[in-house]
Design a protein around this ligand. Structure first.
Ligand code: AMP
Ligand code: ZN
Length: 121
């Protein structure tokens, strides 16, 4: 059995607040949210970091990126431009990679962080 936290969450061996699942990825709420909306999009395959991805992972990475705005909208931080061209809403997308990137969990994950002030501190 894998000792990896996000492998265990993907396999439902550890509980999470899931918001999405398909054959390739799961998405769940971050346990320590940095903003009103903060969830993680995580591949079911164990890949340690973005730097470990290869061309083999291009479809998976594209799927993760395309899921971000869709799930962000479902979670309440939709990006819209009104008829006058005024934009509102939105979110941040973030991959932390390695020690200098602030990565704590070494299983690839895409942070989606939104709300009025989607940044830490
Ligand atoms: P990173 O620093 O990019 O590796 O981010 C890891 C993220 O995982 C942090 O934002 C944590 O709050 C989050 N996290 C850690 N454990 C859990 C958990 N059991 N369920 C949900 N999110 C978690
Ligand atoms: Zn893993």
């Amino acid at each position: 059995m894998s000792a990896c936290l996000f492998c265990k969450i993907a396999a439902k061996q550890i509980p999470s607040t899931a918001i999405y699942e398909d054959d390739d990825v799961v998405a769940f709420l971050d346990i320590h949210p940095a903003a009103p909306v903060h969830f993680l999009i995580v591949p079911k395959e164990h890949i340690a970091t973005l730097a470990d991805c290869t061309e083999h992972h291009a479809f998976l990475l594209g799927k993760m990126m395309l899921l971000a705005p869709r799930l962000a909208a479902e979670q309440g931080c939709n990006y819209v431009v009104d008829a006058q061209g005024v934009a509102s809403g939105g979110f941040k997308t973030l991959f932390n990679t390695g020690p200098d990137g602030g990565q704590e969990v070494y299983h690839l994950h895409l942070h989606v962080i939104g709300g009025p002030h989607p940044w830490r501190g």
